[in-house]
Design a protein around this ligand. Structure first.
Ligand SMILES: [Fe+2]
Length: 271
């Protein structure tokens, strides 16, 4: 149905753009979300998507909404997912890459690395091609939501001296960090990018995470945003997400940074 707000081509009319401007919020689905840097769409390898059909459906629906690129980031944590080593993850991605390409979204594989005790030893033994890094030698890391990894700073330092650029996933979700954000700032100061889970802004992970996310966004602390998508039901939450007018410019900047991160892959061999 064509509403009075849109032209027959589906492009918002000048009036509809003006109306959007005066709304107190904007639908995230209407924003220029072209690159996702964090998701669990690779099926059957972690607590994310289980079935390839659902993964394909998610990518198709996100492509309809404008997504062009997606970095798939399964959990890398030997204690919980012993099969998730770089060779295994690459093999699984290889099985599905043709189906993923058919959705219209260009996908690339990386990993979301849990920082656990002893990760430094495994990391130091890995050759570059044994790492599930992101474009531009970025490296996505996470911690438990319950307690800080004892070696988080040492590991970040290790990444830095190996020429890798750490990105800490969803810092707003770490309940052990105070709302004053001092600890998170100290990590960011170690040349570490911070990645917002966009659903945090909708209260998906609770009020505390939402308030921290808003504060970090308003203070310009984030570098990237991701969906951290685990299921089709989360996709419904993503498509119904509203971004407050006062946060739109900051979110748009993160969307542009996501595009820049992806473009670094064009100078590298494809996975
Ligand atoms: Fe994740």
């Amino acid at each position: 149905m064509v509403t009075a707000m849109a032209t027959v081509t589906g492009v918002p009319s000048r009036r509809s753009r003006a109306m959007l401007f005066f709304h107190s919020s904007v639908s995230f689905k209407e924003m220029d979300f072209r690159t996702d840097v964090h998701s669990h769409i690779l099926p059957g390898v972690d607590d994310g998507f289980r079935h390839a059909d659902n993964s394909v459906q998610a990518l198709e629906r996100m492509h309809e909404a404008g997504l062009e690129h997606s970095i798939l980031t399964p959990h890398i944590f030997p204690e919980l997912y012993p099969a998730n080593d770089p060779a295994g993850i690459r093999a699984r991605f290889g099985e599905l890459s043709a189906r993923f390409s058919g959705t219209g979204v260009s996908c690339r594989i990386a990993g979301e690395h849990m920082v656990y005790n002893g990760i430094e030893d495994e990391f130091s033994n890995a050759a570059d091609d044994g790492l599930l890094s992101m474009p531009g030698r970025h490296f996505l890391i996470e911690m438990s939501y319950a307690y800080e990894s004892q070696n988080i700073r040492e590991f970040i330092f290790r990444l830095n001296i190996n020429g890798l650029h750490p990105i800490l996933a969803h810092p707003e979700r770490y309940s052990f960090y105070s709302s004053a954000l001092d600890e998170i700032r100290s990590i960011a100061d170690m040349d570490t990018g911070l990645q917002l889970n966009i659903l945090s802004l909708g209260g998906f992970y609770g009020k505390t995470a939402m308030l921290k996310a808003e504060k970090m966004l308003e203070n310009g602390m984030y570098s990237y945003l991701g969906t951290d998508l685990h299921s089709l039901s989360q996709l419904e939450s993503l498509f119904s997400l509203k971004i407050s007018r006062k946060h739109v410019a900051a979110v748009e900047k993160l969307l542009q940074n996501n595009d820049s991160l992806w473009s670094a892959s064009e100078r590298e061999p494809s996975e």
